[in-house]
Design a binder for this molecule. Sequence first.
Ligand code: UFG
Length: 345
Amino acid sequence: MQVLVTGGLGYIGSHTSVLLLEKGYDVVIVDDLSNSNEKVLKNIFKITNKTPAFEKIDLKERESVSKLFKNYNFDGIIHFAAHKSVNESILYPKKYFQNNIGSLENIIDEIKLLKNPINFIFSSSCTVYGQADSMPINETFKLKKAESPYGQSKRKCEEILESVIESGHCFKNITLRYFNPVGAHPTSIIGELPTGVPENLVPYITQTAIGKRDFLTVFGNDYNTKDGTCIRDYIHIMDLAEVHISCLEKLTDVNDDNYFKVYNVGSGKGTSVLELISLFENVNQLKLNYKIGKRRNGDVIVAYADSTKIKDELNWSTKYSLENALETAWKWELNLKTNEQRNQN
Ligand code: UFG
């Protein structure tokens, strides 16, 4: 089975590509390298002993997408490729709408030309729920206005997919609303590779612990939560990667040509920022330099998932602990440093 993985050199894409290759799928990675590195291909090879096909393509370019679909016969598509910085999206909303929505539209145009319904998995985000009224969040919750153009672009993509399928164009879609992915591959050969200053908590923590950043700022400790800091649902990247395999298997089995499902993907547990820091310190036996700062604009206070639907319907459940995620995230950061030093010598 040939699977197109767009954004396959990114954080979630690379971990998923590794699992796909290990399961025997024929993987074609498309990435424009705007927020990733071609070296990840070599790292994927180091783990799997297989080299996926790689095409450096900007999916906003209609012609390139058309050529891609002429050159391959995809049975499945996992569409990760998107810009994902909340802050950047506030500064450059047009960039986010054009890229995230434009790329999906180009792929859909090609899907419409295919003879057989294709299996399509779309990466969405829990950001589409905004600040939900109660916890845990399930898929029936009303979607609220997204806090950022990034979030709005994800919501728009979900709407486009639903309406294309409703209008009778044959393809089978699962849309996944990810909560907060953390951790790295057990080999420490691939992991999260933020460009510039990280926006997300765990890479900021590991970069502080290794000395690349002086201290971590905890964005607010005066929220109405158990310790005053925000609560999130952190899911191990390996568990998240595994979900995509379960989805592909499900889509292959279903006969409904206009299949459309939305699932939350989270651990179901809420962890505060201070709890996460303390867990990171305990697991890795170190002290983190952090300060309490002001609230960050646009942060929801609490978000954690009810993942019962995906557990029941796809028989998927989490296997890895948050402790393991924080241990592997740290090992990955250490490994990056070793490699940087080796390259300097
Ligand atoms: N945080 C800090 N200090 C930091 C970074 C983060 O205190 O330096 C806090 C945030 O305020 C938040 C928590 O850590 O309370 C998690 O923040 P992240 O940036 O890691 O994650 P978010 O939940 O804000 O963002 C994630 C994804 C986004 C997505 C969003 C949806 O990274 O892509 O969930 O809610 F839009």
